[in-house]
Write a protein that binds this ligand. Structure first.
Ligand code: PLP
Length: 304
């Protein structure tokens, strides 16, 4: 496994140099050979709780290309849990690469139509699912709950041990990862979230609710940027794909088209706009998600 030092990569960009900002990339996508990135971070303390509570089975929810579903399936194989994935939508004749891998990891896949899926967080609905599938530790969609936060805070601890920095930046889906990073930051350090979905102004309230649940605290040292969604969650965007392609050539780093591509585009744009003061060090977090490329190519073709 790579050591923490290997995970920090200098990103040299003219825009950052002009603004006097040092940009680093924390390669959490390389943190573990099979279970990298923020979905693994969010699982860590949940799996410990599952074990403590005597569970042998994990039950979770997700879309058909979900990084979280993929991570739960892999974690089940690595750590000896049975796993059940309740997937939004209809089964397809041939499962997509995410679900094929989840099944290969031993996950039992079941499908929920959109009406049923909408109820995924309702206690009554969850009780029905447990009656159907047997006792299990339930992980919500995206793996975001109060126990997801301390695992993400550990990333900040590892980062603090490597370098001084002024801000971290991360892509936001549910906000669980950003909330967890906030709980790990010290003193004057700031966080910036880049929303991967459209109309992301609700995310701040979600993040505040999470930090309140986990630590009875609301943080003010962060922003959520809502203008870098490129059309919405998992939407095809030629300009975004062109950026990801260029970034790969310039820095030898593969970003994903749903989260980290938007993050790096957003961070570089914010740097250009003078969002970060001169002399500051900004650490963008590569949260992984690269398994999504296989399904992406299947949907949109190689040009995608
Ligand atoms: C899920 C995910 C995110 C967003 O994490 P949240 O905790 O839901 O905000 C960011 N990056 C990647 C690669 C992800 O898979």
């Amino acid at each position: 496994m790579p050591t923490a030092t290997d995970l920090l990569q200098e990103i040299t960009e003219p825009a950052a140099e002009q603004q006097g900002v040092r940009l680093l990339l924390w390669r959490d996508d390389l943190a573990h050979p099979e279970l990298p990135g923020n979905k693994a971070r969010k699982l860590k303390f949940n799996l410990a709780a599952a074990r403590r509570q005597g569970h042998h089975k994990l039950l979770t929810f997700g879309g058909a290309y979900s990084n979280h579903v993929a991570a739960v399936a892999t974690a089940g194989r690595l750590f000896g849990f049975n796993t059940i994935g309740l997937i939004r939508g209809e089964p397809t004749a041939v499962p997509n690469p995410t679900l094929a891998q989840a099944a290969a990891d031993g996950m039992a896949l079941h499908y929920l139509d959109r009406t049923a899926y909408r109820r995924r967080a309702e206690p009554d609905f969850i009780a029905e699912q447990l009656a159907r599938f047997g006792a299990a530790y339930v992980l919500p969609e995206g793996g975001t709950n109060a126990l997801a936060l301390p695992g993400c805070a550990e990333l900040v601890t590892e980062l603090q041990a490597q370098t001084a920095f002024d801000a971290v930046a991360v892509a936001v889906g549910t906000g669980g990862t950003l909330a967890g990073l906030l709980t790990g930051l010290a003193g004057e350090q700031q966080a910036v979230g880049v929303a991967a979905l459209k109309n992301g102004s609700f995310l701040r309230a979600e993040i505040d609710t999470l930090t309140q649940q986990a630590q009875d605290r609301i943080f003010t040292n962060y922003s959520v940027q809502t203008d870098y969604h490129f059309g919405g969650y998992a939407k095809y965007s030629a300009p975004l794909l062109a950026f990801i392609q260029q970034f790969g050539v310039r820095h030898g780093v593969l970003l994903d088209p749903i989260y980290t591509g938007k993050l790096l585009f957003g961070v570089l744009d914010l740097i250009k706009q003078g969002y970060f003061r001169r002399g500051s060090t900004v650490v963008a977090i590569h949260t992984g998600g690269l398994q999504a490329w296989a399904g992406w190519h299947e949907r949109f073709g190689r040009a995608g």
